[in-house]
Design a protein around this ligand. Structure first.
Ligand code: SF4
Length: 240
């Protein structure tokens, strides 16, 4: 009977997230981002000129029964905006996916294109803005436009206990979404620092530098630093 209920809850969550992603993929709330994602998809980068770019909002992805929610910034113009899957086909994904694999959150260490066989385990990925922004910088208004999707993901992903925010913008966006969800934020207000950890409502919120090339190629974020964050997430979900 218990197993039956779990399966029904899981199916309900999958359907609800599927519906949410269908709405998200058709979203046109941010005129600047709509124009940018479409222009990039038309013009393409020379190396990918024979590929069809996704060129739309990139949906959330992962295990609907996940206990860990990872929140990124936004799709890369020639990464997820090309491939249609977050952290797929660019430098950030090339750094992140092996780390997920080492920590047991992914079944393989590569993430190159839809249909490459990647499966996430106990982890779900969303973004602060689901459309690629110029210079990887969504405006405050664009972040606010996209926040309802994050709030709805938080509501639907009922098993999530640990939230990993990748970068300061994601960290602030998560705090805003939690506050909008009716959760009281701790006082003093949590501040972003790599490795910082806070209890916010029923969640453990962990901050990490974003695995952008800018951070990984300068040594600001190393594999060892990233592994330590993922190992901590593992410990926190085990402690639940
Ligand atoms: S960033 Fe979010 S709110 Fe803005 S158009 Fe894309 S999906 Fe819609």
């Amino acid at each position: 009977m218990y197993e039956c209920t779990c399966i029904l809850v899981c199916l309900y969550t999958m359907n609800a997230i599927d519906q949410l992603n269908r709405t998200l993929i058709a979203c046109e709330r941010c005129p600047r981002l709509v124009a940018y994602r479409q222009r990039i998809a038309r013009e393409k980068r020379r190396a990918y000129r024979d590929e069809d770019y996704w060129g739309r909002p990139v949906p959330s992805v992962g295990d609907p029964r996940a206990r860990v929610l990872m929140v990124g910034l936004a799709p890369g113009a020639h990464g997820a905006n090309r491939t249609g899957r977050l952290f797929t086909g660019d430098g950030s994904g090339d750094f992140l996916t092996p780390a997920l694999y080492r920590a047991g959150f992914a079944n393989q260490p590569t993430s190159t294109h839809l249909g490459d066989g990647l499966k996430l385990k106990d982890l779900y990925i969303v973004a602060i803005a689901h459309c690629a922004p110029p210079d990887n910088k969504p405006t405050p208004q664009e972040i606010a436009n996209c926040r309802p999707y994050l709030v709805q993901h938080l509501r639907l992903l009922k098993r999530v206990r640990v939230i990993l925010a990748l970068g300061k913008i994601a960290f602030e966006g998560v705090l805003a979404a939690l506050a909008e969800s009716g959760i009281d934020l701790p006082t003093p207000r949590p501040a972003f620092a790599h490795g910082a950890e806070y209890c916010v409502g029923r969640y453990t919120l962990i901050a990490s530098y974003h695995p952008s090339r800018q951070n990984t190629q300068t040594g600001r974020l190393t594999e060892a630093m990233f592994d330590e964050v993922f190992e901590r997430m593992r410990r926190r979900v085990r402690e639940e």
